[in-house]
Ligand binder design. Structure first.
Ligand code: GLY
Length: 261
C-alpha cells in the first residue's frame, strides 16, 4: 500500500494546487487523475493492465456537475492520459462518449502506455468541490486483466462509474465494471445524496446492491457541502482526501482500489 499512499498524495497535491490557486474543480480532478495515470502503481494510463491478447485499452471520463457536461472515452490505445482526451471532448461539447478514434483529438497523443500494473491496481477516481461551489469528477482505468479486447466496463458510463451534480454531490466507482453497471452504483449514490443522506450512508447503501450480482466494488462520494464518504466490498481500498482553507468549500477526495483488475 505504500506506493498507493505516495501516488494518492501526489494526486491530492496536484488537485489542491489547482484549487488553492483559484482553479476549477474540473481542473483539479483532471490533474489528480492524470497524476495517477502517470503512476504505474494504479491501473490507469501507464499502469494499465493487459487484455487477453496482450493489448492495452483504456477508458476514462470527466464530468462537470455545474452544467452536467461529460466527456468520456472507451478502449483508447497508445495514449498517455486518457482523461485528458475526455476533458477535450467535454470542452468541445461534440460527443458524450467516444470510442477508439477519440484519441485522434488529443494533442498529447503518445507516448504509448508503459508496463503492466505493478500490483494489480484498479480504476482511479477523484471528486472535487471548488470555492465557487462547483463539483466535478474524473475516472480512468485500464479495465480488467485478461478481458477481451473491446470490452468496456463502468468507467466511461455516467450513472455507473461516475456522476457529478453541483446541486447534489459527486461519486466515482472502482471495481468490477459489469457489476457496477448492472447495479447503477453511481446513480444510486447520487439519488441518495439528493435525498439528503450523508455520503457515507449513501455509498454503503449503494454497495449492498452488489449482493444481487456478485463482484466487488468501491465508491468515493462527496456532497455539495463537502462531506465525504467511501466504502468498498474488497479487501483493500486506497483513498485520500484533503480540505482547503474554507471549512465548507474547497474539498477534494481521490481513491483507488487495489485488489481487482
Ligand atoms: N472498473 C473498471 C472496469 O471494470 O473496467
Amino acid at each position: 500500500m505504500e506506493p498507493n499512499r505516495a501516488g494518492l498524495s501526489a494526486a491530492l497535491s496536484a488537485a489542491v494546487g489547482w484549487l488553492e490557486s483559484g482553479g476549477s474543480a474540473l481542473d483539479a480532478v483532471e490533474s489528480a487523475v492524470m497524476r495517477m495515470e502517470d503512476d504505474p502503481t494504479f491501473n490507469a494510463g501507464q499502469g494499465s493492465v493487459r487484455r487477453a491478447d496482450g493489448s492495452v485499452e483504456m477508458d476514462a471520463a470527466i464530468m462537470d456537475g455545474t452544467d452536467l457536461s461529460i466527456g468520456a472515452v472507451c478502449v483508447v490505445r497508445d495514449v498517455r492520459n486518457p482523461v485528458r482526451i475526455a476533458r477535450e471532448l467535454l470542452d468541445a461539447r461534440e460527443t458524450l462518449i467516444a470510442g477508439e478514434n477519440a484519441a485522434q483529438l488529443a494533442p498529447t497523443r503518445s507516448p504509448a502506455v508503459g508496463p503492466t500494473a505493478l500490483a494489480g491496481g484498479d480504476t482511479v477516481g477523484c471528486v472535487a468541490l471548488d470555492t465557487a461551489g462547483r463539483i466535478a469528477v474524473a475516472v480512468s482505468t485500464g479495465g480488467l486483466t485478461h478481458a477481451r479486447p473491446g470490452r468496456i466496463g463502468d468507467t466511461p458510463l455516467p450513472g455507473c462509474g461516475f456522476y457529478a451534480d453541483s446541486f447534489v454531490g459527486g461519486v466515482a466507482a472502482t471495481g468490477v465494471g459489469e457489476s457496477i453497471s448492472r447495479t447503477l452504483l453511481a446513480a444510486r449514490t447520487i439519488v441518495a445524496l439528493e435525498a439528503s443522506q450523508p455520503p457515507q450512508a449513501a455509498v454503503e447503501a449503494a454497495l449492498l446492491h452488489l449482493a444481487r450480482v456478485g463482484g466487488d466494488a468501491g465508491l468515493i462520494a462527496m456532497d455539495r457541502t463537502g462531506q465525504i464518504g467511501w466504502s468498498h466490498t474488497g479487501d483493500q481500498f486506497a483513498v485520500g482526501w484533503a480540505r482547503g482553507p474554507s471549512p465548507i468549500l474547497h474539498v477534494e477526495i481521490a481513491g483507488v482500489e487495489d485488489t481487482h483488475g
